[in-house]
Design a protein around this ligand. Structure first.
Ligand SMILES: Nc1nc2c(c(=O)[nH]1)N[C@H]1C(S)=C(S)[C@@H](COP(=O)(O)O)O[C@H]1N2
Ligand SMILES: [Mo]
Length: 369
């Protein structure tokens, strides 16, 4: 674990910014995020569309059905004992992280996330590939659906949260990186209730919405899930029309991003040297890691390279820091990242109706005097 211990942080009783209590939606305060490479469970952001469902662990069964030779109904005991246990460190981030910056351009409804709906954890459990192997895939298997046991109240009825992923991502299984994990543990502890106890998927490299909590059912299909959260959400549209939703592609990979965590927005600083730190994340599913992080104090005319505080680990964020000299009167600290394929964050990104995937240069408004 890599610690960024030299950054002093003001004591904060919860460390979280709570957007709503039931269902719980909370994000980590930025200075807390860069305290450690692994995000502790009690500081990990929570994004839930419905209250935590009541699940009797003794009665619990995870089912695997659809285009399979043999339908499976697996108890927690079998999940822990009958399959190889895997472990993966992966960053999870909400597609709506930084939504408030889209809203600053034109208001977007939904949780007004700042930049703390992200965290990095060690997940353990069973490879989805092993479950699918046991069930046996039938011809035509192209997508794997995940269904939660929660009940989301929508205007058109009560539905479970659902997601799906292409079969290739479900089956990927290199020793160093299981493609998709059916996780039962988070940072060495049983999954906390708010993070999906007893079982969730963890899909490294994908937006958080594909990592379904309180997982009850896995369905193998020839098509993506018809669930609302695949069919009519998590796509980039400017206007909500059936044609637009159908034409927009399903979001899977999260984009390149970088955020300054210290100093915090609104900080009053003395002109002169200042320590700056934050995180960056590269589109890992496309094979990228973070290559470079740069800061500017003059709106992007000149850039200073940051130093990495953690190695380039696939599927994980990278912490960075820099020592900058602030001129008196300076008000805007800008950061941007470049990935290993040479892709760099853009200064601006197009607005979209649901406020997903905001990854323009990150600005921190401060005053230096
Ligand atoms: N069953 C269920 N799974 C879910 C959700 C949900 O509301 N219900 N939210 C999703 C979204 S949008 C995100 S970003 C991640 C957040 O995971 P976390 O709360 O453990 O951080 O869970 C995903 N899985
Ligand atoms: Mo999300």
């Amino acid at each position: 674990m890599w610690m960024a211990g030299r950054f002093a942080v003001a004591a904060d009783p919860s460390g979280m910014l709570v957007h709503s209590r039931t269902p719980r939606n909370s994000e980590t305060r930025l200075p807390k995020l860069v305290e450690s490479w692994i995000t502790p469970n009690d500081l990990f952001y929570v994004r839930s569309h419905a209250p935590v469902p009541e699940i009797d662990a003794g009665q619990f069964r995870l089912t695997v059905e659809g285009l399979v030779d043999k339908r499976l109904s697996i108890s927690l005991e079998e999940l822990a004992g009958a399959f190889a246990q895997r472990e993966v460190v992966a960053t999870l981030t909400c597609a709506g992280n930084r939504r408030s910056e889209h809203s600053a351009v034109k208001p977007v409804s939904g949780v007004q996330w700042q930049a703390g709906a992200i965290g990095n954890a060690k997940w353990s459990g069973v490879a989805l590939a092993d479950l699918l192997k046991k069930a046996g895939l039938r011809d035509g298997a192209k997508h794997v659906w995940f269904e939660g046991l929660d009940q989301v109240e929508r205007s058109d009825g009560v539905i479970p949260f659902g997601a799906s992923i292409p079969i290739e991502k479900a089956l990927a299984d290199e020793p160093a990186m299981p493609g998709t994990l059916v996780a039962t543990r988070m940072n060495g502890e049983p999954l906390p209730a708010h993070h999906g106890f007893p079982v969730r998927t963890v899909v490294p490299g994908y937006i958080g919405a594909r990592s379904v909590k309180w997982l009850g059912k896995i369905v193998v299909s020839d098509r993506p899930s018809p669930n609302h959260y695949v069919a009519t959400a998590y796509r980039l549209v400017e206007e909500s029309t059936p044609e637009n939703w159908a034409a927009a592609s399903i979001l899977y990979d999260y984009p390149l991003n970088a955020v300054t965590c210290l100093p915090e927005p609104g900080a009053r600083l003395s002109a002169g040297p200042v320590s700056v730190s934050g995180f960056a994340l590269a589109p890992a599913n496309a094979g990228q890691t973070v290559r470079r992080v740069e800061l500017s104090t003059d709106g992007g005319r000149h850039w200073t390279a940051a130093t990495f505080q953690s190695p380039a680990v696939p599927y994980c964020w990278r912490l960075w820091s820099a020592e900058l000299k602030l001129a008196a009167g300076m008000t805007d600290l800008v950061v941007r990242a470049t990935d290993s394929a040479g892709g760099t964050q853009a200064e601006k990104v197009p607005w979209n109706l649901k406020g997903y995937m905001f990854n323009a240069w990150h600005h921190t408004r401060v005053t230096a005097s």
